[in-house]
Design a protein. Sequence first.
Lengths: 488, 511
Amino acid sequence: MDWSHSLRLVAPEELLSVASLVLLLGAAWARCARDARAITWLAVATLAACAVMVAPTAFTAARGPEVLAFGGLFAADAFAAYAKLLIYAAAGASLLVAPAFFEKLRAYRPEYPVLVLLAVAGMGIMVSATNLLTLYIGLELNSLAAYVLAAFLKDDDRSAEAGLKYFVLGALASGILLFGMSLTYGFTGTTSFTGIAAALQGGVSTGALFGVTFVMAGLAFKISAVPFHMWTPDVYEGAPTPVTLFFASAPKVAALALTMRVTLDAFGSQVAAWQQIVIVAALASIVVGALGAIGQTNIKRLLAYSSINNVGFLLIGLAAATPAGAAGMLVYLAIYVAMTVGGFVAVLMLKDAAGNQVEQIADIAGLSSHRKVLSACLAMIMFSLAGIPPLFGFWGKFVVFQAAVDAGLLPLAVIGIAASVIGAFYYLKVVKVMYFDEPVMKVTGQSNWIHQALLAASALFISPAGYLLTKCLGGLAAAAVAALLHAA
Amino acid sequence: MLNHILSLMLLVPLLGAAICLFVDAKAARTVALAATLIDFALGIVLWNQYEVGGPRWQFQESAELFAGFSWKLGIDGIALMLIELSVFLMPICILASASIKKRVGEYMAAFLLMETLMIGVFSAQDLYLFYIMFEAGLIPMYLIIGIWGGADRIYASYKFFLYTLLGSVLMLIAMLWMVHEAGTTDIPTLMEYNFPVEAQKWLWLAFFASFAVKMPMWPVHTWLPDAHVQAPTAGSVILAGVLLKMGGYGFIRFSLPMFPEASAHFAWLVFALSMIAVVVTSLIALVQHDMKKLIAYSSVAHMAIVTVGLFAFNVQGLEGSMIVMLSHGLVSGALFLCVGVIYDRLHTREIDRYGGLSINMPKYALLFMLFTMASVGLPGTSGFVGEFLSLAGIYQVSSWVAFVAGTGVILGAAYMLYLYRRVAFGEQKNADAAAMTDLSAREVLMLAPIAAVVLWMGVYPESFLAPMRQDIATLDARLSQAKPEGDAKLTAGKPKAAAAHEEPAQHGGAH
């Protein structure tokens, strides 16, 4: 085994680990908010450096044996690189918006960027995992950091509750996942994805099928697909908003990329064993996500249901079980990250005159009369989430449905898209409240330039101008999927 | 410039919309009027340069900008006429928006965006580009109804949005399947492509779901009266004038040429729904107390004549349907404007609050009568040409359908004349209605051009038929493979052999 080669391949994860430890050390000496800010900027710089390190892999479509590290435990291929770029971008956004939010509550601590970096390192391992054990290490590293992040506002009961809830249910899901992994190992005799794929080539035994099912259930929890979604609204509502932004974007990308690798690579030879599960989870997520959102009065909970709904659409691409479906998912993921970041940044910008956060939908009534740009951006994000052209959110739905139709899953596509109309209802509700209702003039606080810049960037991405990126995004996604399936 | 005139026509209102967002109310009105007038001028250039009898697709342009679809534009005569209708009505809509006082910049931006999207729908030659334009119109229209609409605007805006969206997404799935099967997104190619007959039926139903809602056909028409009544005047004009035509355009561009067998197979469904629509909605219109609602229901009835004509599978029916669409676009738009004129003065749409307006508003009464007559289908107006051709076309297929659809004309005369009598004739019941002033110069400027075109189309429809003739003939040829057998069994009559100077020839022939 060539250690130097392997270490070169995991360089981004090494940098993240070392940086988080060094910053943790630095945090011990941090005294004031300014130090915490400095550490945040250093963390952002680390993420940027990591992005520079992985970008060439994504653009050169690297694949094959030379991207495998540590004897096939870890793959730094184009697929992982694509997912990592999205993860870094989302994590960077959640770092950038944090100081302003926490400082208002006098709760900003330098541990926040450290925990985010650790979670990102875990996610990097997740998306590169080509072995059940690597997978588990990455998943747990990410999850443990995430539990703490959810409870980051120590004085806020809701935040503590969110952390505890996330931890208990997350631990249960990890248990289910481990159980599935042990069954898979027991019936295939290996933990390596390539080995599992080879062992399942001939057919899937009942025991292995149980293994597949349990692994899928554990993963469904991590991506918050119905019926394992119950924690999502509570955790998203309770966690501090920058953390919610983080949860809704980066770990979703990581968990979905991981799910893709497990299903298309390890279980890729037995599509029939998991396709039904994915189809049911996809439709259930779309419908439950849409229906659940209708009654919500808190905008963070609404966005939580919206993320469940979006996972359903993403899973439609997975259900197709074709390269086009996987590429569609990756394109959708990029657009989803932009919409989620934009959505939560807009929520962060909703402040009353005293600078406190406004989270009730009723409180943003008539927002368009006094905060034109903010409400226009939020309306764009809502229409985009609903998948209405010409906004870019439509393109994400379009590519996954195209893959599903091409794969012959017509009933799935028809039911899924018809259910998307239910979803449109509550997205319209937000627009209605902002534009049609009488102003209550509650949201009058100003927000800082970082929020504005992030919102502008995501709004520009999801605007019709985003279509000019379709070729580039599609090319990157296709290369990533080629790398993923090449390993199989 | 001519190579990119369609892109230019899309760009002008879009730029105008962007400017309107950043300027004050007065400037926004000027910018909007200027942008629509420039587009109207471009529309005239387009019509002038359109070569009648030339290549089927003209002003084509194409750019590979996106993955999976491309920026491909081009028009035939049918699209040309509908684009002309759009650009003609838009400046009038802007003029009609003088009573809008709140958020003028955003209002004008929404309208200009609508114009871009409408022209985009009619000129798109790429299936997905068409879909994007078709669907995107929901956003500005939702905002127009919801922000500037009447009392019950929120319910109406939701209903409009969700109804139309549900229809359209099914069409999207059908489009995805078609592209998968045919391997192209090019609309002209798809129009020649023969899909398997079984598949055609499903595809036809999916497209029908979308176009029937847009059209709107009974029983999915219920969004229309709500949306029309609640929308501001200019919004109603655009809805009735152009947006409804997207449904008809969809049938003539997609359903008929792409799925001819399925169209023949489901023609009975269209006929049945249309016959119900003609009778039911006409009767509903007869009992309305709200002027806008009455005109909205009459729109449904007129659109049913369009669908009947489209599925007659012959040239007369198709031409008639196109003329009814153009005529209805002008006439119902004008009628909504007429309602808007008196609504601006008295702020009510109750028919009973008016009466005897011909006494104090003679100019108004004159124009209103012209449009009423055009809606009824009086010879000499555009309504007659379209309805006559449509009914003549359908008569060749089914005399029963022609009979029932024909009652629509009679019922149409009943409810329109009844409306006119209550509003314009009779005694002046209410002092405030009697005190209303006649049309202002701006209002005359809005209504007079429409009146002129209505008469032009009624007296010399050839101007409007000529650009479409070749395209409709092509479509008819395409449909002939699936043409159902009619019950009329028309045979051309034998020329009477009587003229004296022809006798020698006949004589010679007998030997």
